[in-house]
Design a binder for this molecule. Structure first.
Ligand code: PBG
Length: 319
């Protein structure tokens, strides 16, 4: 009789395999150069395109609420095609570290899509995203962000060989304590919609219409497994899988075969889908977020990057 274990809330709690806490959560942050006032992001309730000033205030309130791990996306005003200097994001990293020091764990996304005129994650030549030329730029940005004070570099571009290149450059600059969290199994997903509006990073104008030539095909499991293995060998400290819910089979497979800690990213479209259904009275959004997070940990992830992190007290039922 299975139901004996389900009658009392005390017993239900005692027999849980998965327990969630704020310590498992990473809050994404968007900071936009030249923005006059913080702006809402459609679908991402409680998340904003921040100014340099509002970013620090938001982080203070997150810290006060018990969230101290962050993933920063810097969006500079001037777009280029090559020779990126990362100056805006570096300035924000310095400001964060000056104010909060080691009270925050600061991971910084490293990619080119918010920096390029065309919105692709690498250097464009005709209809081609160049791999090695992109890796040189990415590794240089990683060094700049790490020198500015980032605790962790999170490359999301999906070029080949960038983890090794970033590890080499960090080590050769005496930045050997800086972690690398690799977006190792990043799928070519439709669930990134709200993010691209927030980060100003949709492919546009010239070049391929989408990111199919560098992100992983949703129908290809082996590519994800090989990519995760490869990033591990190249020196990734944490392996990330994204999106989360549609790819939990991949999370479980990698959790069973890798000895590295895993992260999942509950991406913008996943988060927004729950929020929007909640707003239409179609589901209890708070409970649905808790259920989604539970599934991520149950599948084998150690941590979750989620736009709901700063609302953890509500989502985990503490308030
Ligand atoms: C940029 C990047 C993306 C996300 C994180 N880094 C989007 C993309 O590949 O277009 C998605 C995050 C989200 O949807 O929440 N390379």
């Amino acid at each position: 009789m299975q139901r004996r274990l389900r009658y009392m809330p005390q017993v239900r709690n005692l027999v849980q395999d998965v327990r969630l806490s704020a310590q498992q959560l990473i809050q994404p942050l968007f900071v936009i150069e030249g923005l006059a006032e913080a702006e809402d992001i459609q679908g991402l309730t409680g998340n904003y395109r921040e100014t340099e000033r509002s970013l620090l205030e938001r982080m203070q309130s997150d810290l006060d609420a018990g969230i101290s791990s962050f993933l920063l996306f810097g969006v500079p005003a001037g777009k280029k095609t090559h020779a990126f200097d990362g100056a805006f994001t570096a300035r924000c990293i310095q400001a964060i570290k000056k104010r909060f020091g080691s009270r925050v764990f600061l991971a910084v996304d490293v990619c080119l899509c918010s920096l390029t005129t065309h919105g692709h994650c690498g250097i464009l030549e005709g209809d081609h995203i160049l791999n090695n030329a992109s890796v040189v730029e990415l590794a240089n940005l990683a060094r700049i962000y790490a020198e500015a004070g980032a605790d962790c570099i999170a490359p999301s571009d999906m070029m080949d060989g960038r983890i090794g290149a970033i590890r080499d450059i960090l080590d050769s600059c005496g930045l050997d304590r800086v972690l690398i969290m690799s977006y190792a199994a990043k799928f070519h997903s439709k669930f990134y919609g709200p993010f691209r509006l927030a980060a100003d990073s949709s492919p546009r104008g010239i070049g391929p219409k989408d990111r199919a030539t560098y992100q992983i095909d949703p129908a290809n499991m082996k590519d994800a497994l090989v990519s995760a293995c490869r990033d591990e060998e190249e020196g990734a400290d944490i392996i990330m899988i994204k999106p989360a819910l549609p790819y939990l089979d991949i999370v479980r497979r990698i959790a069973d075969s890798s000895l590295r800690p895993l992260a999942v990213y509950q991406v913008s479209g996943e988060y927004a889908a729950i929020e929007l259904m909640g707003q239409h009275g179609l589901m209890d959004a708070v409970g649905a977020h808790r259920e989604a997070w539970t599934a991520c940990i149950r599948a084998g992830s150690s941590m979750i990057i989620t736009y709901g992190a700063r609302n953890w007290q509500k989502i985990l039922g503490y308030v």
